[in-house]
Structures are given as C-alpha cells and as structure tokens.
Design a protein around this ligand. Structure first.
Ligand code: FE2
Length: 360
C-alpha cells in the first residue's frame, strides 16, 4: 500500500489555523480593476459562451488568483481569495466576473442534467436525498464529497441568514489515518465502489460506474467519495449490494473526515472565492436558512474547471473522467444538452489555453 507520496495537502486543522498562507487578499487597486473589467465587458444580450479571455483585462488581480490556483494544484489543495468586488457589481456582473476568472483558469465543464457551465448555488427546493437530487440546489447539509472535476471555484455573492458554513477535509490526511488505524479497510477503499450518475448521464453513459475511493498515480494520491451517490446507486439494476466491509469502510471514512483535527470549517463571505482541488480535498456544508427577500438569499457561483496544468490521473479514474492524460479537457457531467455549441466552446477555450482540442 503506497505510503510514500507527495503530501503537502496532508494538513490538519491546527496547521490551517496557524499558517494562513491559504488566504490570498486582493488590494483596492486589483479589486477596482476587476470591477471595471466585468462592467466594461457586460452585455445582457451575450451568453457566457460568447465571451473569450481577450474580453477581460483582469489586471494585477490575476497574479494573485493564479498564485492561489497554483497552491490548490501543488500545495495545500484549497485556498480562499478574498476581496472580489461584490459591492461594486450587480449579481449578473459578478457572475460574469467569475466566468472571466474561469476562462483564465481552465476549460469550464458542464455540471449536470441541464449541461450548465456555471451553477448558481442556491436553494430552489431540490431534495438532496432523492434519486436525482443535487446538493447545489437544496438547502440541506451535505455529505462529504468531491465534485466531479479537477478544480472547483465557488464565489460567494450572498451569505445565508443562518448556517451554510463550508467544511473542508484533506483526503490525504484521511488516507493516512485510515491506513494507520484500519489497514484492512484501506485495502477495501482501493477497490471499486459503485456511484450513481443521479439520472444526469449523457446518452452514451451508463447510469452508474465503478471507481475506488483511493488510488495513486505519479507519486500523488487521488480520492473519490460521495456517500449520497453510493447510496442511490444501491437502488439501480446491476449494482452489486455493498459488502459489510465496504459499509464499515464508508462509515470510518466519514467519521475520520469529521474529526475536529481533520475537518476545517470556514465561512464564505460575500466577495470570497474558494478554489479547491477535488483529488485531494473533500468538502461539505451545513444546512442553511435563507432570508425572506429574494435578493438576499444565499447565492454562490460555481465553476468546474479542467486546468491546463492538471496531472495524470490513475487508470481507475478513466471510466468517469474519460481522459486521464495531463492537461486535457476532462471531468464534469455532460448531461442532456451537451451539443455542438458546448463542444465548440470547449474547443475554443482549450485552444486559447494551449490544451489539446480533441476532447473525448
Ligand atoms: Fe460539491
């Protein structure tokens, strides 16, 4: 069982509290330039796909955001960029600003049944626990999980009236604890679990797929976990029932992820941008209660990204990601509306970032 691997993401809570190098702050000049870039480019008649990187001059903020993304890829696995110009922009302009940042960080990936490339994380009454349920449109507390892409960005426009706290745990730390305490269950975690696609599969995809919870490639650890999707997969035809060992493994993993020395909690304030590497971080959030006024309801903008500097994935990641080659366009849920418009956007974006334009 690999114990020697790149482990800068193996932090514990005390480390994150002591060393605040995961927080990046934009100064006034950077913030003003970002506000200008979003306002100048904003045109209510243009779709997000119609914008390109050249439409935005992000100014000095870009160096800060790029440094935060590097730390996410090759360091701690999670960072927070504080100070996006929330007060200066309308919700639509703020959304566009995040799209512009995404255009520079990677190729946006579709995020669900509607094949949307930007999700508005807000409560719209979805039942998270249903067969096709998703967390981003519910107000429920969520199980610890990874999002289905290399990199996720979450920008806060409005906080909830109460709750909605963000939790992050390192899967590298969790793996080290699992191996130390229960090497037998760590072996179980190296074998396939079955995950439901929660009715969001594209026409050429199966309703579920198998993937181990942990694997290694190129001296790096990769984690995949989402209890809600493993649970809903159990109702699908063709999925073998979970073994007792798998249940024990899942229970212990979830318990480890919530230990006070492992689970780091943070509040996302309006104007905060959280960037996370899904291969080494798991996340969750507490249930929340909204304000009554529509314009004050909790609202975050989420992007799933395939960055140009991504690393090779384990072979066992191929059934889900399709491509495991470094620096390729991969991940996301293509959903039910992934047509030529989406594909041509992806090719254009890949080309502009120097990534292969053949997308599998
Ligand atoms: Fe998520």
């Amino acid at each position: 069982m690999p114990l020697e691997f790149e482990a800068s993401a193996a932090w514990r809570v005390e480390h994150m509290q002591r060393d605040r190098s995961w927080i990046f702050t934009l100064d006034d000049r950077s913030r003003a330039q970002l506000a200008r870039a979003a306002r100048d480019a904003f045109d209510p008649d243009r779709r997000l796909f119609d914008y390109s990187r050249a439409d935005f001059d992000l100014g000095p903020a870009w160096a800060v955001i790029a440094a935060a993304a590097r730390e996410v890829h090759f360091g701690l696995g999670v960072t927070l960029v504080k100070g996006l110009p929330r007060e200066e922009l309308s919700a639509e302009e703020f959304r566009l600003l995040n799209w512009a940042i995404g255009l520079n960080l990677g190729v946006a990936r579709p995020q669900g049944k509607a094949s949307q490339y930007m999700s508005e994380v807000r409560a719209t009454g979805t039942d998270y626990r249903s067969a096709g349920g998703r967390g981003y449109s519910s107000n429920a507390g969520l199980d610890f999980h990874v999002d289905s892409c290399d990199l996720v960005t979450l920008a806060c426009y409005n906080k909830a009236k109460a709750g909605g706290q963000s939790m992050v745990s390192s899967s590298v730390t969790a793996w080290q604890i699992l191996v130390a305490e229960r090497p037998d269950l760590a072996e179980v975690a190296r074998q396939d679990f079955h995950f439901s696609r929660n009715q969001e599969e594209a026409a050429d995809e199966t309703p579920f797929y198998g993937q181990p919870l942990f694997d290694f490639e190129g001296g790096r650890l990769f984690c995949k976990w989402n209890r809600n999707r493993v649970r809903t997969a159990q109702d699908l035809e063709g999925v073998p029932p979970m073994s007792q060992a798998q249940r024990d493994c899942a229970d212990l993993l979830d318990a480890i992820l919530q230990r006070p020395e492992v689970m780091f909690t943070m509040w996302l304030e309006p104007g905060d941008l959280q960037i996370m590497n899904n291969h080494v971080m798991l996340h969750s959030r507490t249930a929340f209660e909204d304000f009554a006024e529509p314009e004050r309801k909790r609202l975050l903008y989420r992007l799933w990204l395939a960055p140009p500097d991504s690393v090779r994935l384990p072979e066992t990641w191929r059934p889900y990601f399709r491509s495991i080659d470094p620096g390729t366009v991969r991940g996301g849920f293509r959903g039910h509306h992934h047509g030529e418009t989406c594909r041509s956007f992806e090719r254009r974006q890949a080309e502009s970032l120097g990534m292969p334009t053949t997308i599998v």
